[in-house]
Design a protein around this ligand. Structure first.
Ligand code: S3P
Length: 430
């Protein structure tokens, strides 16, 4: 599908971002591994979370969708010993979270599972989970010396390990936490920098024995009991409207019900430090996660520098931050973000390639980029590279550019935000 975007006179209105993708995956996976029944409300309608549900069903769990209330589903937990050997290959589609978390779950299961994904997912690094799970006792084979999917997982009785994560990755951390719940002895993890803690919050609510001491986590073998989860709005999706409204000269947008977990709010911190006009209202707690409504207005942005421990808190939002940097006064520098190279696309390359077509002044760094704020982009013919966040980033760039922008492969948004193009049109006052 090709999206055609022209800049509106005004950006105005309210938008309800889609349910958080990270929390939705965890609500389905952790409740499957728990005992009892749980209702998950506001579950993500995106293709990634549908991949998780499909894989879990193939492992024997009954997940009932409520036809009258879209986004509501009941998960009938199987407990740690109730999963069945799947009769077919499990397909995680485009979803890294599905593949990495399920590998952690399957590492302790006494049967064979084979996990694959689409072309993008089959090229992403899996050695980071295979290595520690193998140290815990699982047998995992994969392409390219066990570093790439398809993965064949023969689960075993696991033993806890002491392990320093080579990258700050919530998917890796969560895979090891899931394995640690069924291992003998303690699993001690040391993170190089803090990453999103949705797994930790959810399993604690489910009764797990988990201790946190700074960047150290200790997981003891625990049985989980199912808990109902209300999934808040996805800040990674809201980020597109935050940037659009800050950079458009006539904008006022209200974004409702956004999860503001402190490990996810790097984009808010970055934009606020650049001078964004964002008002928070009705801060509340929903299902163990902090939530708020935000109102954002046209703002004169200044350049910023993003690096170090901030990176895991903003990783998925860096492509759209690059658009904001094009409209900020001064030079924005993004470093320490080499993980961008192994996302759904190499997001340093794809951001650079596509925004350059629109006249952006961006220089590539091995671990980031340098962006000159010129206050101007021009419409161009762009491509999503099959990457949902690139499609949406280019949609926002198109709203702010002069002339028409087309985005080829616009359907990629369905991975996390199926109503993105509709929401974009609804906010545009022509
Ligand atoms: C996610 C963790 C991050 C993030 C991804 C979702 C998660 O990936 O980029 O979109 O749900 O745990 P990494 O763990 O690879 O950093």
């Amino acid at each position: 599908m090709r999206a055609e975007i022209t800049p509106p006179k005004k950006l105005e209105g309210a938008v309800l971002p889609p349910p958080d993708k990270s929390i939705s995956h965890r609500a389905a996976i952790l409740n499957t591994f728990a005992s009892g029944q749980a209702t998950v409300t506001n579950f993500s309608p995106g293709a990634d979370c549908a991949s998780t549900v499909r894989c879990l069903r193939a492992l024997g769990v009954t997940i009932e969708l409520d036809a009258k209330a879209p986004g509501t589903m009941v998960v009938n937990g199987l407990g740690p010993h109730g999963l069945h050997e799947p009769t077919r290959v499990l397909d995680a589609g485009n979803s890294g979270t599905t593949m990495r978390l399920l590998t952690g779950l399957l590492a302790s299961q006494p049967f064979l599972s084979i996990l694959t994904g689409d072309r993008s997912l089959r090229s992403r690094p899996m050695g980071r989970i295979v290595k520690p799970l193998t140290l815990m006792g699982a047998e995992i084979l994969g392409r390219q010396g066990n570093t790439m999917a398809p993965l064949a997982i023969k689960g075993n009785s696991l033993r806890g390990i002491d392990y320093s994560l080579p990258v700050s990755s919530a998917q890796l951390k969560s895979a090891l936490i899931l394995a640690g719940l069924s291992a003998q002895g303690d699993t001690r993890l040391h993170q190089p920098a803090a990453s999103r803690d949705h797994t930790e919050r959810m399993i604690r609510a489910m009764g797990a024995d988990l201790k946190e001491d700074g960047l150290f986590l200790t997981i003891r073998p625990s049985a989980l009991r199912a808990v109902d989860v209300y999934v808040p709005g996805d800040i990674s999706a809201a980020a597109f409207w935050l940037v659009a409204a800050c950079c458009h000269p006539k904008a006022r947008v209200r974004i409702e019900g956004i999860g503001i977990n402190p490990y996810r709010t790097g984009i808010l911190d970055a934009l606020l430090s650049m001078g964004a006009k964002v008002a928070f209202s009705d801060r509340r707690d929903e299902g163990g996660e902090p939530v708020a409504d935000l109102t954002v207005e046209s703002s004169g942005l200044k350049a910023t520098e993003i690096c170090g421990e901030m990176i895991p808190r903003i990783i998925d939002e860096i492509p759209v931050l690059a658009v904001a940097a094009c409209f900020a006064q001064g030079t924005t520098v993004i470093r320490d973000a080499q993980e961008l190279r192994v996302k759904e696309s190499d997001r340093i390359k794809t951001t650079l390639q596509e925004l350059s077509k629109m006249g952006a002044k961006i220089e590539e760094l091995p671990d980031g980029m340098i962006i000159q704020g010129t206050g101007f982009l021009k419409g161009a013919s762009c491509r999503s590279h099959g990457d949902h966040r690139m499609a949406m980033t280019l949609g926002i760039a198109g709203l702010l550019a002069q002339g028409e922008t087309t985005v080829e492969g616009a359907e990629a948004t369905s991975v996390s935000y199926p109503s993105f193009w509709q929401d974009l049109e609804n906010l545009c006052q022509r």
